[in-house]
Design a binder for this molecule. Structure first.
Ligand SMILES: [Zn+2]
Length: 135
């Protein structure tokens, strides 16, 4: 990242990162009026605040996603399913193996993946399963 501009030329509003650069510019461009070219401070960039903002935004998004996953897991009706891990359930229906990850609304039926609560629900319904595959 290049150094952010801190000052403007008072004559032409061109931006510079240092007073030295402005002085060069004033001599080269404004010549006889160079002494009139004063540095005008630009409002300091909000870099740090922006970074903090993004960090907390990402943290908030992660927290929301985790909360959503926990909610999906809690709402999932896992009756009749074999629990392999906290997030992974399996069962066999009429010889078809089904893998289900309710927290991420994902399922695999006979090797085919289904993503999203609605698709998972439809796939399960085709098998005669009416689970709480909440989206
Ligand atoms: Zn200028």
């Amino acid at each position: 990242m290049s150094e952010p501009a801190k000052i403007r030329c008072s004559l032409c509003k061109k931006k510079f990162s240092t007073e030295g650069a402005l002085a060069h510019h004033a001599r080269d461009v404004h010549k006889k009026r160079a002494r009139e070219a004063k540095p005008v401070l630009i409002a300091p960039p909000q870099d740090d605040d922006d970074d903090d903002g993004m960090v907390s935004l990402f943290a908030a998004q992660r927290a929301a996603e985790n909360a959503e996953k926990a909610k999906r897991l809690a709402e999932a009706d896992v009756t009749g399913w074999k629990q392999n891990t906290l997030f992974h359930f399996t069962r066999v229906v009429d010889g078809t193996r089904i893998d289900w990850w309710p927290s991420t609304a994902k399922a695999m039926v006979d090797g085919r993946m289904f993503y999203g609560g609605e698709r998972v629900r439809q796939a399960f319904q085709r098998l005669g399963l009416f689970t709480g595959a909440a989206s």
